[in-house]
Design a protein around this ligand. Sequence first.
Ligand SMILES: Cc1cc2nc3c(=O)[nH]c(=O)nc-3n(C[C@H](O)[C@H](O)[C@H](O)COP(=O)(O)OP(=O)(O)OC[C@H]3O[C@@H](n4cnc5c(N)ncnc54)[C@H](O)[C@@H]3O)c2cc1C
Length: 406
Amino acid sequence: MAASATSKNRVIIVGGGPVGLVSALSLALRDVPVLVLEGYHELFKDLRAGSFHPPTLEVLEPIGVTTKLLDLGIVVPRWQLRDRKEGVVGTFELSLLKDETRYPYRLHLEQHKLTPLVYDMLKPIPHAEVRFSCRVTSVTQSDDGVVVTADTPNGTETFEGKWAIGADGGGSVVRKSAGIDFGGFTYPERFALVSTPYDLGQRGFTDTAYISHPVEWCAVFRLPDVKPPGLWRFLYGCRPNESEEESLSDDNVEERLQAVVPKQGRYETRHKTIYRVHQRVAETFRAGRIVIAGDAAHLNNPIGGFGLNSGLQDAMNLTDKMVGIWRGELDASALDRYVRQRRTANIEYVQEASMRNKRTLEEADDNVRKQRLDEMRKASQIPALAKEIVMKSSMIASMRRANAIA
Ligand SMILES: Cc1cc2nc3c(=O)[nH]c(=O)nc-3n(C[C@H](O)[C@H](O)[C@H](O)COP(=O)(O)OP(=O)(O)OC[C@H]3O[C@@H](n4cnc5c(N)ncnc54)[C@H](O)[C@@H]3O)c2cc1C
């Protein structure tokens, strides 16, 4: 990839994950020179996210990413809320959103299929450079630029630019360098993600389903993998006192999957991974010429599939404003609007909804649980109420809230 590696006149993006690469593409397509510094030696094959909500498909449309995602992904027009004992509590139809969005569905596609396609789109752009094996250690700034220091195969290198975008994930060095606090909490239990070729569709499961249980709640999703019917992923909370090895032992995983969907014979599993999960929002997403986005700025539990989606929505909101600044059409205060819009949407919707989703699935008090599930059952049968729920679960409500903030 050709590069203007020595020019200071560029935006430096730390992190070549989905948020960093999409930010780079969005800027580079509008003639803003970019340098992406990625710590790993190649694109990281991340198994975490797998769902794209309607507003994300909308914002990625102008940079040509949405059509490519649609070619690869599975269209998911409905999701179920289930109870482990009673079965289906309610089915929520995303077709209720047909007058609100061009994409009235969820699209399921592995996160690690997004990054290569964005990287391929960046490659022919002469003013876009992606450097691997460059682990950033600090970012400093002056009135007119930033200096990013990284450990690289050539030793310690420094890179100058006009702005720095921290898209370097939850442990963000950029956020720490800028002295931005990251308040919130970490769940005591870890979350397991297990995939199997066993087709839950034949057992009446929709391609996204949430299964309530006071101890062993679970969520399942179908992802494309290499060919239909794809792979089904189980996401569940591990028992708090188990070690990682115990949680992911074959027998333990088998027991957890059989408890959700009993079947004859053992489950064949393809991937088993375990994650620490947090609810955190940075105190600000901007410090002068340093701006953060995606997991660097906020973290939430995966129930509802909001993390990557909100990160990609950040990336497009931020880069739209950065392009305006680059062209002299906006002043730097536009970035404060980015912070107001995206931070508010995250706090009011993403944090709130992801924590509420977890509480609904795991409620231990039988009466409260029954009441919550009854409310959801009723709502699924009344189109106006069901629409209110899918407006939130599909992130349309949070996107509208963000965009309305001046
Ligand atoms: C179990 C699980 C399931 C999930 N499922 C979903 C889902 O269905 N839908 C959804 O929307 N979200 C989901 N998420 C969240 C989603 O995976 C993340 O929100 C998303 O990966 C964030 O993207 P990002 O680009 O901000 O950060 P990351 O994906 O973490 O990328 C950061 C990049 O920066 C690089 N990096 C880090 N430090 C440095 C450094 N110092 N120098 C240079 N490079 C660096 C890393 O190598 C990485 O490539 C899930 C999360 C979990 C844990």
